[in-house]
Write a protein that binds this ligand. Structure first.
Ligand code: FE2
Length: 277
């Protein structure tokens, strides 16, 4: 019996030492979450928003970026100032209730040719309002080439992060698009529940291939309510088991931390099969 409690068979375990004794406790930064009340398809009340935030703290999340939808179906309904104001209201409510979670303003922005102009007008929010990353959402039913948009954003010093590419079936069918966007420096946000198989085998397989390859990636919940497991802790443990604790920290702690500090995402070194290169 192991005195560490990790069940390591003496002389047989080939796992690197750092992976056998993972750093703990881990606190996560969740950069994609629909936690603001009354704005989009997230919580319909402050009570529901607080319940979601409480679930985040129970999932070891210390900081969350609120990312209500902007543009697309939420055109004119979710304005930048409303996001900032509602974020402050939620933080005040959490403080009053003693819930230890920091909420930062942000958005999940539907791909649109006006994004560059609306960023300049301060209508579109960057993640954590840090001015460095914009979280882009593709339509579910069509594939749009965003390479011109990526070039525009790059001139502005903004890096795009593509929300849950593993769940976009048109993109999975035409991986050459993602290959070109990656060459332009796009970052990827992979969703915890995709890694855990909640969206089916095809999405799970794509999610694992994307977190395995050598690109700029972070993991987040994309939670809209507290009705299901948010999966940050479970996904982190699954990544530790499959790819090692260094990779898990990079995806779930380091790169999300870089997002809220307005720093460039760090690349992971290639390991395993490349799906889009
Ligand atoms: Fe989302």
């Amino acid at each position: 019996m192991s005195v560490t409690g990790y069940n390591i068979a003496c002389g047989m375990d080939q796992t690197p030492v750092a992976d056998r004794f993972p750093r703990a406790p881990v606190k996560f930064v969740n950069v994609h979450c629909h936690c603001l009340p009354h704005l989009d398809d997230g919580p319909e009340s402050m009570e529901e928003a607080v319940a979601l935030c409480r679930s985040l703290t129970e999932d070891a999340v210390s900081t969350v970026v609120a990312t209500p939808h902007q543009l697309g179906g939420f055109e004119d309904r979710v304005r930048g100032e409303a996001i900032r104001r509602t974020t402050q209201l939620l933080n005040d409510e959490l403080a009053q209730r003693g819930i230890d979670l920091v909420v930062l303003p942000g958005a999940e922005v539907r791909v649109d040719e006006r994004i560059d102009r609306l960023l300049a007008q301060d209508e579109i929010l960057t993640l954590a309002d840090a001015g460095r990353h914009v979280l882009l959402e593709l339509p579910w039913d069509a594939l749009i080439d965003i390479e011109p948009l990526l070039a525009q954003l790059s001139l502005r010093g903004v890096q795009a992060i593509l929300a849950h590419p593993e769940r976009n079936i048109p993109l999975l069918r035409h991986p050459q698009f993602l290959q070109r966007w990656l060459a332009c420096g796009i970052g990827l946000q992979i969703t915890t529940r995709s890694l855990l198989g909640d969206w089916g085998r095809q999405v799970k397989s794509a999610a694992w291939e994307l977190v395995t390859q050598g690109r700029r990636v972070c993991v987040a919940t994309d939670a809209h309510d507290d009705s299901q497991s948010l999966g940050m802790t479970t996904a982190f443990k699954a990544i530790v088991a499959r790819l090692g604790s260094d990779r898990a920290h990079l995806l779930c702690v380091e790169n999300p931390g870089r997002v809220i500090r307005g720093e460039e995402l760090a690349p992971v070194l290639a390991r395993g099969r490349q799906v889009v290169s």
